[in-house]
Design a protein around this ligand. Structure first.
Ligand SMILES: Cc1cc2nc3c(=O)[nH]c(=O)nc-3n(C[C@H](O)[C@H](O)[C@H](O)COP(=O)(O)OP(=O)(O)OC[C@H]3O[C@@H](n4cnc5c(N)ncnc54)[C@H](O)[C@@H]3O)c2cc1C
Length: 604
């Protein structure tokens, strides 16, 4: 195990300085918080993660959570984290006061969960899903449901889940068939099965509260006929007792990663005795889920960014300890009698580490920016500003989910490579980070689905307004960077790439205008990659500008090397990663449409 799994100085720098966290505290909703108390909260989460999460990270990989005799067996630390995490506010801190919350900004909460994810990504999901399920109840359910469930879930006594997926309905939720039959008593009888349900059952919660998407009998076909239900594993009775509610754990899924985070198969109403309680209005279920989806997608991006950071720290430590080979001298020769170099001295190893650093820290910046936009959107009162934050958040959300997941995986692969043969071996942790990261581009909407959302919906939403707002933000950063001679060429380069994105969109729009939407979106994932590099270059230029300004002003909070390394990493990103957008644009504007050719042409 590496000595370090995340860099708190860096986290606080990006949170407090680059994203100016304290500006959020001026909003009335957050008025009771102060930056110092949040800082102390983050330190306590780091301490908790050091003691309770990181030490059992590899243990949770093997043996994995598993199904035995009708039960899901998980690592006992799940119990500690549900209980202590609940007490520390790691489920309910963002909830409003009237729901036993602390009205903490999501941005601070995201930073706290990032620390936990970096320490041990198998555990925070148990808290995160309970939080997400409770939020749905707080926002959309009746007072009766709120009174019954919110307190026990917010404290971690009861777990929460999100039950969307069915065997025939994964990406396409319009195909959900779980049924809900109204009864005379006002509740519904639920019947159906849900698969891949994270944190769906274990022995460390007294009850589970499943937020289930189902179709009320006679509902319209497709997404417009889906409703949302609270379906407890055990029904809370008026005397405080719990009665089984015909929710059966039928099995689990054994996976290549995140093995300590159980994934369950649940059956509802096998004996016709499963009660579900409608949340809000009928047929609005998917809309409610999607209204809360931005938070979930920020959560997934955050988890991937955190694992990428932990992998970077582990590779960096190894590269600083492993002697191998010698440096080529100016004469082009090596002296075999001289001491071996540490591998961190080799340019190729430094390239891989820089890639890891740029992806991990850049992803963290992206995730915190999105969380801050969510806070601003939710609690700013000025309607015009609200709309601005909303549109910017909407266009960034598919990327926040996708970039850390896809590029985090590539960076963890580089990290594994830094360890050479040992990277492939079970006793070194890099392979676990790599395996754990693999799921992030699949759940909560695959990369393919996120890319369709970006190009098919977000780029064109409100007549392209979201994209215009994003471009204006990027140009503001370019302007600030241009004050410094060292950064000006990078601002210029980013401007060129922004124009290239525009050119690609104009090119693709021709297909949409002709009604050929299949062609318009056929290479949406390539567009996502290109868009990702441009946005990430913006965020790196923003970070580099802060660091440059700090150096010029003689900042004493961080060592000069800290800031110099930020500027250096920005330069790395532009040279090695942003450059890839040239070939991506070429692919996107190529006339050949190879992937929508006929089956015969492609697979014969
Ligand atoms: C470990 C794990 C935990 C999970 N946790 C939960 C949970 O807690 N709750 C829950 O409800 N679900 C959960 N899921 C389910 C997860 O969200 C789905 O697996 C995911 O949405 C993909 O659905 P699918 O597996 O059916 O794949 P499919 O939808 O069959 O997709 C297969 C491939 O086809 C592509 N594809 C599908 N449709 C399109 C399209 N229209 N255009 C282009 N490409 C397309 C996809 O991008 C993908 O590459 C979990 C899954 C796993 C593996």
């Amino acid at each position: 195990m590496a000595k370090k799994y995340c860099d708190i100085e860096n986290l606080k720098y990006i949170l407090n300085e680059v994203h100016d966290f304290s500006s959020l505290l001026k909003l009335e909703h957050f008025a009771d918080h102060d930056a110092e108390a949040i800082d102390t909260f983050l330190d306590s989460v780091k301490d908790f993660s050091d003691k309770e999460l990181y030490p059992c990270f590899t243990e949770m990989d093997s043996p994995p959570a598993h199904y035995k005799d009708g039960k899901i067996i998980v690592h006992p630390q799940v119990g500690t984290v549900m209980k202590q995490g609940g007490e520390m506010g790691l489920i309910n801190a963002t909830f409003p006061y009237e729901s036993n919350g602390l009205q903490m900004p999501l941005t601070a909460f995201t930073a706290a969960h990032y620390i936990m994810d970096a320490a041990n990504n198998h555990l925070p999901g148990y808290l995160g899903l309970t939080m997400g399920a409770t939020e749905l109840i707080i926002h959309f359910a009746s007072d009766e449901l709120k009174n019954t469930y919110v307190e026990k879930m917010g404290s971690g006594q009861w777990g929460g889940t999100m039950c969307l997926t069915e065997p025939q309905a994964g990406s396409s939720l319009s195909d959900i068939v779980t049924s809900a039959t109204p009864t005379e008593n006002g509740h519904y009888k639920i019947k159906g099965q849900k698969i891949f349900i994270s944190a769906g059952d274990h022995e460390y919660a007294d009850n589970f509260v499943h937020l289930v998407l189902a179709r009320i009998e006679g509902a319209p076909a497709g997404t417009k006929g889906i409703s949302l239900f609270v379906v407890p594993k055990k029904r809370p009775e008026s005397d405080g007792s719990l009665t089984p509610n015909d929710v059966i754990t039928a099995g689990d899924f054994q996976k290549m990663g995140q093995k300590g985070y159980c994934t369950t198969h649940l059956m509802f109403g096998e004996n016709d005795d499963c009660e579900g309680y409608l949340v809000g209005n009928p047929h609005q279920g998917l809309r409610y889920m999607f209204l809360m989806m931005n938070g979930a997608r920020i959560g997934v991006g955050r988890g991937a960014a955190a694992i990428a950071e932990a992998a970077y720290q582990a590779s960096l430590q190894y590269a600083n300890e492993r002697p191998q080979g010698r440096k080529i001298t100016n004469t082009g020769k090596k002296d075999p009698t001289s001491k071996q170099n540490l591998i961190i001295k080799h340019a190729d190893v430094r390239r891989m580490l820089l890639m890891q650093k740029s992806v991990a820290e850049g992803s963290l910046s992206l995730v915190l920016k999105a969380a801050k936009l969510a806070d601003l959107y939710n609690f700013t009162k000025d309607e015009k500003e609200k709309e601005h934050h909303k549109l910017l958040l909407e266009i960034l959300i598919p990327l926040v989910k996708t970039y850390p997941s896809e590029m985090g995986l590539q960076s963890a692969s580089n990290g594994l490579q830094v360890l050479g043969g040992y990277g492939f071996c079970s006793e070194y942790v890099l392979q676990q980070y790599y395996r754990d990261l693999r799921i992030f581009s699949i759940y909560e909407g695959t990369t393919g689905i996120q890319s369709l959302d970006l190009l098919g919906r977000k780029v064109v939403m409100n007549g392209g307004e979201a994209l215009r707002i994003l471009a204006a933000e990027i140009m503001n950063t370019m302007k600030a960077a241009s004050d410094y001679d060292e950064l000006r060429p990078y601002a210029g380069k980013l401007g060129e790439k922004l124009q290239l994105v525009q050119k690609v969109i104009e090119h693709l729009a021709q297909y949409a205008m002709k009604g050929d939407f299949e062609r318009y979106t056929a290479d949406a994932t390539v567009f996502m990659e290109m868009f990702g590099h441009v946005v990430m270059s913006w965020l790196w230029l923003e970070m580099a500008t802060f660091s440059k300004e700090a150096l010029v002003k003689g900042d004493t909070k961080h060592a000069p090397e800290f800031h110099e390394s930020k500027i250096h990493t920005m330069k790395y990103y532009f040279k090695y990663e942003l450059a890839k957008t040239t070939s991506q644009a070429e692919v996107l504007m190529d006339a050949a449409s190879l992937t929508i050719a006929s089956d015969k042409e492609i697979f014969a």
